[in-house]
Ligand binder design. Sequence first.
Ligand code: SAM
Length: 223
Amino acid sequence: MHDHGPTRSHIHTKGDTIHWARSYDWLLSAITFGLEGRFRRRVVEAAGIGEGDRVLDIGCGTGTLAIEAARRVGASGRVEGVDPAPEMIERAKTKAEAAGVDAGFRLAAIEDLPYPDDHFDVVLNTLVYHHLPGPVQQKGLEEMRRVLAPGGRLFIVDFKIGDTFLHRVASSFMSHHHDDEEERGELDAAFTIAQRLGFEAVELERFRPRVFLALRATWPGDA
Ligand SMILES: C[S@@+](CC[C@H](N)C(=O)[O-])C[C@H]1O[C@@H](n2cnc3c(N)ncnc32)[C@H](O)[C@@H]1O
């Protein structure tokens, strides 16, 4: 029998966790043809992250996006990343340290965020929603609403539902063509839940590479 030892997650979640953190970075690099950095910068840009913002990246994986966000918010801001997989959190901490970036990483799941109410200006997650069963998506949006400060922004990126994953990823990096069909994909339910929970300006938009969609919304109140 294998002893999984201390790396075994003690965080309870019904989401699909990923424990192969090192290979995950290799996979991302391969399927983006080395353009992962560009993708991360586009997310930070599109989410409107700026100097001084307090940012939470949920399901942060190996921390690449949180590290990019930390560069953007500077010393007056703060970035936190959470993931229920210990291997991801360990790797994220190592990468942040190697990059000389100050960001906090904690073991936690979207359905039980270890932060007080009204705590963040921006809450992000990328490629996480398709890992969550329906009830966890609902609970996750309730938690994101709770930790967002008045006027705070939500920005979620995930896959459209389509033909095979690798084909869509590869073709989206090699082509700049866009079709006009409206698709909600993995974020269909999140869109409806966000509206029901009282988020304002809930919008779905295309996000490059075009295998992705982004959902943006604002929590009411003055920032
Ligand atoms: C495809 S990876 C995306 C990682 C990272 N956001 C990125 O863009 O590379 C999905 C991540 O969601 C995490 N995850 C699974 N269930 C979760 C939950 N309930 N709450 C937060 N994250 C979860 C997995 O452990 C994994 O790190």
